[in-house]
Unconditional design. Structure first.
Length: 77
């Protein structure tokens, strides 16, 4: 169970070292805008990955970008 919270409000489960020396952790979600570690991945994000869907846009959750005025990645010429 997570015993920490990331600044985004997501649970943040630290990597634990087991008695046999192996390590156990929870996959972390990186921001789709800046790559920052946002905390533990959600079950929905895992399911989307299994289903082959693109990862959700986390820039608003991260706070690294104003998504209200998105611009196309490639400009028309
Ligand atoms: Zn970000």
């Amino acid at each position: 169970m997570p015993d920490q919270t990331a600044p985004t409000g997501r649970p943040y489960t630290p990597i634990r070292t087991n008695p046999d020396g192996s390590r156990t952790g929870v996959i972390k979600r990186m921001c789709s805008g800046c790559g920052r570690d946002l905390g533990d991945v959600t079950m929905q994000e895992i399911q989307d990955a299994i289903d082959g869907k693109p990862l959700s846009d986390t820039r608003a959750e991260c706070g690294c970008a104003d998504t209200s005025r998105d611009v196309p990645a490639v400009a028309d010429v």
